[in-house]
Design a protein around this ligand. Structure first.
Ligand SMILES: *Cc1c(COP(=O)(O)O)cnc(C)c1O
Length: 448
């Protein structure tokens, strides 16, 4: 890991070659402050708190709909795990800090990070409809599981375009609340995801072409129907805010682990990135809590670095990875996105620490490694961020970043968090194939 500090053109060339690339953000401002509006809609601390409140208001309803939430009393949250063995396997010396995993791969209901944004947006829509009809009050949503509410909601449709995991999340929560539900998927989406949805009465429409094509088709169909709410992964503020609420829970977990975060105890967070909504929302929430002391890095497949491409676009546009000659073909189906979310790229432009890309082989190697060392069962997309700490402490661009932001002397106190974003519902047979592939790759290259 020795890439020199690079110009925008060098980074683009490296991306078009499909070389794993580490980029740090020259536009990150001194206080790590993100943007506060998008297309005239305000986003800030209040919107993050509102999303957390909404999840809280729906705890009873969620427990009634999903018995698996009984133990947590309706809270959809994952653990923060100290991963000493994994740290060793990744070769991250303690002189560079301590490694943790934020285990969203085990989030209930959706089995991925999409449980956060997806469920939030559907709850918000359901709440809005039920409020308009006087079935619930602004402070109490319990009645939304009543027969009258279900009858009302069944007149509405929720639709979404998805590579898989967002569709799963939206499909499961929307159908559970009584909505008619349509999930538009690209035809290469995993069969088991389509089946899981169809088993719940969700209508799955398959589209030739990529994820963006599925979204476009879904959006168009929804526009023609006033009773249809389309969850738009490329521009939804509600999704974004749902993700951002994760930061509040993480803040408490960090404290429970006895971890301090301040200028002398930096927090480094590494998040797999597709369209950018999930990592963007979480990084956004964290920036509001920890300011300049949190540094979030996004990880993308070498074939789909759409967020990095939009960070490099100086005019604020979100170009497609196809423009760089890339094909958007990756085993990380949760991240196979050709164009980034405008909302996420715009508000994170001034706060993001950096982005790096990862080859598919590494995903399987990390998937195998984290299973062997920590018994965590993740999907390939969820392994995208595992190279982050090494990029940061070992590459010249990474060391330059540490110097520029005054972190270098404090790295022994650093906390690194790898966000594992999905895996719970991957069928056993499919998981075995991933695991075996990683095992073979690791056997041939024991040193990472
Ligand atoms: C969707 C997804 C991501 C990334 O979320 P975006 O909002 O698309 O950036 C990461 N990992 C998994 C497993 C996902 O399903």
């Amino acid at each position: 890991m020795t890439n020199k500090h690079s110009s925008t053109e060098d980074v683009k060339a490296s991306l078009s070659n499909g070389t794993p690339t580490f980029w740090t953000n020259p536009n990150r401002n001194g206080d790590g402050k993100p943007g506060n509006a998008w297309e005239g809609q305000r986003i800030g601390r209040q919107e993050i708190l509102d999303a957390a409140d909404r999840f809280h208001r729906f705890r009873k309803v969620l427990t009634a709909l999903f018995p698996e939430l009984q133990a947590s009393e309706g809270v959809i949250e994952s653990e923060l795990v100290r991963t000493q063995q994994l740290q060793q396997a990744l070769g991250l010396d303690l002189a560079h800090g301590r490694l943790y995993v934020k285990a969203d791969h085990s989030l209930p209901i959706a089995g991925s990070i999409k449980a956060r944004g997806g469920i939030h947006e559907v709850l918000q829509f359901a709440e809005q409809v039920a409020l308009q009809h006087g079935l619930i009050t602004p402070t109490n949503a319990d009645n939304i599981s009543s027969l009258a509410s279900r009858e009302l909601l069944s007149k509405y449709r929720v639709a979404v375009g998805s590579t898989g995991n967002l569709g799963l999340s939206i499909g499961i929560i929307a159908s559970a609340l009584g909505f008619q539900t349509t999930v538009h998927m690209s035809s290469d989406a995993k069969e088991w995801k389509k089946k899981r949805l169809r088993d719940r009465g969700v209508s799955v429409v398959e589209h030739e072409g990529d994820y963006a094509a599925a979204v476009a088709a879904g959006r168009k169909e929804a526009e023609a129907d006033p009773f249809c709410h389309f969850v738009d992964d490329e521009s939804s503020l509600s999704l974004f805010c749902g993700y951002s609420a994760a930061a509040l829970a993480l803040k408490n977990q960090i404290a429970e682990h006895g971890i301090t975060v301040n200028a002398e105890n930096p927090l480094l967070v590494y998040l797999p990135c597709g369209v950018g909504g999930a990592p963007g929302g979480i990084a956004y929430g964290l920036a509001h809590i920890f300011g300049k002391d949190v540094h979030c890095f996004f990880a993308e497949p070498i074939a789909s670095p759409c967020f990095l491409v939009s960070m490099l676009a100086e005019d604020g546009s979100t170009p497609s990875v196809y423009d760089l000659g890339l094909d958007n073909k990756t085993e990380a189906d949760g991240l196979a996105v050709p164009r980034a979310s405008e909302c996420a790229s715009q508000v994170m432009r001034s706060a993001l620490a950096g982005v790096f890309t990862v080859a598919d082989e590494s995903l399987f190697q990390h998937l195998h490694r984290v299973a062997e060392t920590e018994s965590l069962r993740i999907e390939p997309s969820a392994a995208a961020a595992f190279d982050g700490p090494r990029w940061l402490v070992e590459s010249s661009a990474g060391r330059e970043y540490l110097d520029k932001h005054g972190l270098a002397p404090y790295m022994p106190n650093a906390t690194h968090i790898l966000w594992t974003t999905g895996g719970l519902f991957v069928p056993e047979e499919e998981y075995e194939t991933f695991h075996r592939r990683g095992k073979e790759l690791n056997a041939n290259a024991p040193q990472r």
